[in-house]
Design a protein around this ligand. Sequence first.
Ligand code: UD1
Length: 358
Amino acid sequence: MKLDIIAGARPNFMKIAPIIEALEKVSDKIQYRLIHTGQHYDKKMSGNFFEQLGIPEPDVNLEVGSGTQAEQTGRIMERYEALLLKESCNWMLCVGDVTSTMACSIAAKKLNIGVIHVEGGIRSNDITMPEEINRMVTDSITDIFYTTSEVANENLRKLGHDESKIRYVGNTMIDTLLKNMPRFIKPEAWDENQLSEKAYFVMTLHRPANVDQEAQLKKLIDEIAKGSKGMPIIFPVHPRTAKMLKGIGIEAENLHMIEPLGYLEFNYLVQHSFAMITDSGGITEETTVMKVPCMTLRDNTERPETITIGTNELVGTNPDNVAPYMEKLHKGDWKAGEIPYLWDGNTAERIVKDLLSL
Ligand code: UD1
């Protein structure tokens, strides 16, 4: 079996790491090729994750770089197709919902290569998100779905996908989290900001709905700073958000903006924090497993189990919603949360066992 594995942007890297590790053990049966599309290319957004998670150097880097949605999609499709025409494979495995996921799926499927989607079936039902379009397109041409939740399975059934294509295996992002927990590294920001256990917030924001309009971004951050009651807020800033923040002028003594962190440093901070504030999807899965309270600044989520089972609450993007949730946190009135079924650290092993049967 010849298998291509696609990785393009930061949230892909922690999802592929355990799959590659498990594949190494069956290298006599499955020959894999790791393709980095180059959607994320900075050391801070890409290289550090490869190093820290022990992911081997990609066999190929398509080096597509930044661009609009269509520019990136077009470049990835063109370059991946050219590669496949030179040297093909039988199966292509992609993860998550980034532009690279969709673009490689289309290029592969049009050459009659089988498409495997890890984390298939999740839906926010918010078509204004580029990720939702990526999920819908990818799933519509996927042959094998490896899913993370019963809600995802149900979504796929409703779309008419045959039961035999849907394989509930758990969450590879959690494999990486559980494996690396003993290796988490205290970042410099800890001493620099005199942090102490469970006495600071961690915040990340990068969704267009929150960061692409100055007024919205400023109001959100102001409300969060107000609601924090002076507790430090550590804010590793995504490049997209950094561009917007330059013009705004936010002043809050306890808000500490820092560069994007490595995987081991970021999760150390999250694990020891009082609470997380984010508009990410993947982070809500990690906080669920680490039992850290999480406020999600989005109006919807493709990961409802982090709310119904985990420690997450959907606060919304309206800055006026922030205060009551922060009050709840300060009162210690947050749910404890449970861990979803099969988020147990062994998902990649299950995937590779199944791949052997294809
Ligand atoms: C992408 C994903 C999103 C994911 C996020 C995590 C899509 C549609 N979105 O969004 O799902 O949560 O990654 O980070 O695929 N940039 C750099 N250095 C880099 C990469 C990007 O400075 O290494 C800059 C780009 O020039 C651009 C901005 O960051 O201005 C956004 O990058 P892009 O990959 O287009 O989308 P993200 O917002 O990162």
